[in-house]
Design a protein around this ligand. Sequence first.
Ligand SMILES: [Zn+2]
Length: 1209
Amino acid sequence: MNKPKMTTEKGVPSNSRVLMLLGQLERLNREAMLADAEIGRQITAKILHLIQTQEKTRKEIMSKGSSGMEVILATLENTPDLQTILNILYILNELLTVGGGRRVGVFVSKGGTGILLQLVLSGSKESPPSEELMLQLHSLLAKVGPKDRKFGVKARLNGALNVTVNLLKQNLQNHKLLLPCLQVLRVYSSNSVNAVSLGKNGVLELMFKIIGPYSKKNTSLLKVSLDTLGALLKSKTNARRAVDRAHVPVLLYIYQDWHRNDTRHRHMLIRKGVLGCLKNITNIKLGRKAFIDADGMRILYNTSTECLPVRTLDPLINTSSLIMRKCFPKNRLPLPTIKSVFHHQLPHVPAGGPVAQLYNQPLGVDDVVDESDDNDDVETENDTENEEEDKDHHAMNDDIETDINKLRPKETHSRPFEELKIYERFFLELSEDFQRFNFDNPKSGVTATAAASKSQRLIIVPTAQALPPKYPTAAPLQEERHLAKGEQPHPEASPLAPAPTPAPVHTLDTINITKDHDGCCDHSQVRPQPGQEQELVQGMERVALEGTGPQGGAGGGGVNRHYRQPPLLAGGVAARQGGGAEETLAEEWAEEEGGEGAVLEVPDTALLLPLHDPDLYVEMVKSTRSVPQYSEVAYPDYFGHVAPTFREHILERVYGVQRTKIFQDIERLIHPNDILDKVVYDLDIQSCPVIDDGESLKFNSQFESGNLRKAIQVRKFEYDLVLNSDINSNHYHQWFYFEVSGMRVGAPYRFNIINCEKSNSQFNYGMQVLMYSVQEAISGRPRWVRTGTDICYYKNHFSRSSIAAGGQKGKSYYTMTFSMTFNHKDDVCYFAYHYPYTYSTLKMHLQKLEALRTPQIYMRQDVLCETLGGNSCPLLTITAMPESTSNDQICQFRNRPLVFLSARVHPGETNASWVMKGTLEFLMGSSPLAHSLREAYIFKIVPMLNPDGVVNGNHRCSLSGEDLNRQWQSPSPELHPTIYHTKSLLQYLAAIQRAPLVFCDYHGHSRKKNVFMYGCSLKETVWQTNISATSCELHEDLGYRTLPKILSQTAPAFSMASCSFVVERSKEATARVVVWREIGVQRSYTMESTLCGCDQGKYKGLQIGTRELEEMGAQFCVALLRLKRLTSPLELRNHAHLLDVESDLIETRCKVTSSPSTYVLEDEEHSFMEEVDYSAESGDEPDIDPDTADPHDNRLSDSESNNHRDSLT
Ligand SMILES: [Zn+2]
C-alpha cells in the first residue's frame, strides 16, 4: 500500500483511509492516468462514500495544511469523465454545505470558482446538456459565488451568464433545476455590468413570470426571484425598463396581495423583497412618478399603518417609509426667496464673492426646485463597472495636507513693520514703565478703558409713565437710526400705527419694596415653589416700573425708586398687537394686582450671577447695532440665567419616534384636508402679522441673536418653523432663538424646524433644545433648561435648486422636531439651539469684570476695531501689575510670555462664549492660582470675533456673508475687519519677536461630544499621508501636545481621544492653521466644546450646561499655569515627574500612526436603530454580514440570505 504523499503535516493520521484515497487520486493526476475513467470513478466514489458517512473525513480533507482540496480540484479540472466529475461535485457539495465560510474561502482561494464556471460552459456544449451536471454545478456556484468577489466578472468573461439564463428559460417548470439557477443568477446580478446585460437579455421579464400574487407554493423560488429582480433594478437602465413595461403597479398589486393574505407573517422576506424592488425602481425620477401615479403613497402608507402594531414587521415599515420619503414630492420652502430676509449693504462687494454671486442670481431661480434635483447619481446609459477597482478603504483622507511646503512655516512676513507699527498702541504693557503710576492708589492708574469713551447712541427706554405698557417699544429712536443705503425700513422700526388704548396709569409710589411674597406673587401660576431654589426666592426683590428712564425722562419722583421695568416690557408680545384685544402679560399681572402697577418681578440673581445686572444689560443694548434694528430685549438675556443644580441627562433615543414623526409628515400628503397651513409669523411680510384668535401660538424673534423667519400652524398643536439664513447669504441655518406665547397648558405641541442643513445632528444622539420660561423666572428660577421630547432630526421633502445651493446638486433640508407640553398659563417661553450669549451680554460682563479689578490686576479694554455693522470689537489685556517700579519688576512684567485667546467667530457656537466667560472670570479672580497665572503671562483676548453675526442671529457668518474663520490667510480690512486686525496684532507680535506662547480660538462642535482641541503638527500630518519624506528628517518639538494633555488630566469635560493635530487642506485659512504657519506659534489651537454633552469622564451621560462650560474655561487657565511650570527651565528640576507628560507623547507616536481616529472626520457617532430610515437619500440598507451574523438566525441559514457583496466594494 502506498503511503499518500500529501500527508505532510504533523497531526494528520497517516493511516487515514480518505487521505490514502486522495493520494491515489493525486498519483492518477500526476501520471496522466485519468484517461482510465474507471479508476477515477472508483476512487471518487469511495471518497464520496466516506464523506457521506464519516464527519471526520471532511475535517481531514479540509484541515489546515492538507492539500486535499487541490487534489480534488485538479481532478475536476482534468478528468473528461462525466461520472467522475459528478462524484467530485457531490463531494464538494457535501464539503461546502457545512463548515461555514472558511471552507468556501479555501475553495475560492484555490481557484475553484473558475473551474466550475468552465465546466458550466463546456457542459452547455453537449446537447442536450446533462441536467444533473448543471444542477450540481449551479448548486455549488450558489454557495461559492457570494464569497468570491470577482465572481460576477469571471462569470461574464467566461460566458456562463448566458448559459444560466438559457437554462432558466428552458426550465421554467423544472423547479428542481430552477432554484439553483436563480440563486446563481442573483449573485450574477449584483454586479452592475452583469445587471445591464441580463436586463437586455430579458431577465426582468423572466422574473416577472416567476413572481406573482400570494401563493403558498414555491415560496423559496419566489424569494430568490424577488432578490434577483431587486438586484437587477439597481441598474437605472433596468429600472427604466421596468417602468416602461408598467411593472410598478404590478409590484404594488403583488405587495398588497401578500400583505392581505400573509396574515401570520410567515413570508415577511417575500414582502420585503417586493418592497426592495420598489425601492430600487424609485431611485429614478420616472420610477417615483410611476409610483405616485399608481397611488403608491397611499398603498404603502395604509399597509405600513396596519403593520405598526407588529414589531417583527418593522423592516417592512422602514423600507416603506424610505420609499415614501423618496417619492414625497419635493417642495420649495414656503418662502418668497431663501435669501436672508435682511440685507446689509457692504462697503464694497467683491466680484465673485459670495454676496455678488448671491445677488447676481437671476430673480426667481434662487429657490425653484429644479426637477433634476434628486438623489440619483448621474445617470449613465452604461452603468459603470465598480467591482474591478480595488479601492483600499483605508485610503487616506484626501483632506489631509500633503504639500510639505504648506506644512512648513511660511518664511516671509508679508507686511512691512512700518505698516504694523500702528498696532503698538494695543501693547502699552510692553513699553509701560509705570513711572507715573501711583502704587498707593492704583485705581487711578493706567488701566482706564478705552471702550468707555466710546460714544453711545441715545436710546430712550420707554417707561410706564411715558408710554402705556401696550406700546412700550414705540418708535425707539427713529431719528437716531439711519438706514443702510437702499434698505427698506423694517416695519418694527417704524412707528406703530394704531392709536394706543390708554392703559391704567399706575401709581408707582404706592408699591413698597418687599422681599416677602405677597401681592403680585399670589396668583397661582407665579407662586414660588419650595425646594432647591429657596435661597434665590428669599433673595428676590419686588421690582416695578421706575418713573424715569435712564436718560432721565419724565419725572415722577418718590423715594422708593428701586422698582424697575424690564426694558420694553412685554414688547415681545404686545408690541405688534393691533386691536388691543390682547392683554399683555404685564397688564394681566397688573390687573391681578388691582391695577396697582405694571409690575414685573425681576429675580434678584445678584448673588448667584455676579456678572449680571438687568439695568446694565439694557444700557448695553442701547449701543448694540443690529441690521433689523431690534428694539426689544428678550427676557432671558434681561433676567439672566442661573444654571440649574439638577443633572440633565443625555436623552435615550426611543425606538420608533422618528418613524412616527415621518408618518405624520406623510399624512399631510395623504390627508391634505387635515392641514391648517396657517401662517402665524412671517418676517417677509412688512407688517409681520400676529394672528391672535386664541387658536394659535404667538411667535417672536425680533431681538438680539433671535432667529425665526416664519411660523406656520400645520395642525392644531403642530408648527413648522423656518429659520432665517445668515445675513447676505441664502443658507447656514442651524442656530435658533425665538419666543412663544399664547400656549395652552398641557397641550402636546409639536415644533418642526424645517430648514436645517447639516446632514446629522446631536439632536439624534440625546441632545435637547433649551427653553426659558418667564413664569419660572419670576418665580425664582431664571434659567435655561434642556427640554423637549420625541426629538429627532431627519431629511425632509423640502429642497432648493442646485443654483441656489451654489452649484451643488439640489440639497434637501432637514427637519429638527421636538414636542413640548407647557406647564404655565400665560407664559412667555423662549427656545434656543444652545444657551444664548448675546453681544450685549458680553459688554455687560466686561463692564462687570472691570469692576472686579483689584490693585494687583492690570486690565485694559481697547476697541480693536469697528465691525461692518458698527459694533465695536473689544480687545482685553489682562496680567498682573508689577509690584513696584524697580527695574527687575518692570522687566519681568514686560517679558511675560503672551497668551492669545479668541472666541465666537461662529455666532451659532454660543458655548464658546460661555467657556470664554469662565476664562475671563477666572483671570479676574482673586484666587492665588489666578494671581500666579497673571504673573506668568500677559493675556490678549478678543472675546467675540464676530459681534455682528451674534447680534443678528447668524449661525456661521459675518455680515459679509462669509465664514470669518476661513479668511485668515488674507483677511480684507473692509470686509473682515475683526480678523484683519486680530491677525495684525499677531503679526506685530511676531515682528517684535514676541509671538504668543499659546494661541487658542474657542469654538463649539455640533456633531461630537466632550471638549477637545485641534492643533497643528507637521509630523502627525505627515504620518497620516504617504509622503515619502522620512519623518526623522522633520524636527518637531512635541510641546503642542502638552496643553491638551494637561487638560485631559484636569478638565472633566475634556477628552484627549477626540483631539487631532493634523492639518487639513480645508482648514488652511482658519485661525489655528494660519497662526501656526504664518505667525509661528507652535501651540496654536481650536478648542471645540460640544453642544450636546459628554460620553466620558465625570460628566459622562450628561448634557453640557453653562456651569460645565464655564468650568472648562477656568480649567483652561489652570492648565496654562501648569504649562508654565513645565516650560520654565528653573522649575523643571522640581517637577521632573511632570515631564512624563512629554515622554508620554513620544510613546503615543506609535498609537498615532496606527490609529486613523486621531484625526477627525465628520461624524463619529455610531449608528442607531432607525438609521435605515434616517436619510431617504441612502439607497443602501445596512448589510448583514453572513460571517458575523448569528448562525442560528434562520434568515441566514442558507445562501439565500447572503448579501451580494461583490458589487459593494
Ligand atoms: Zn466654529
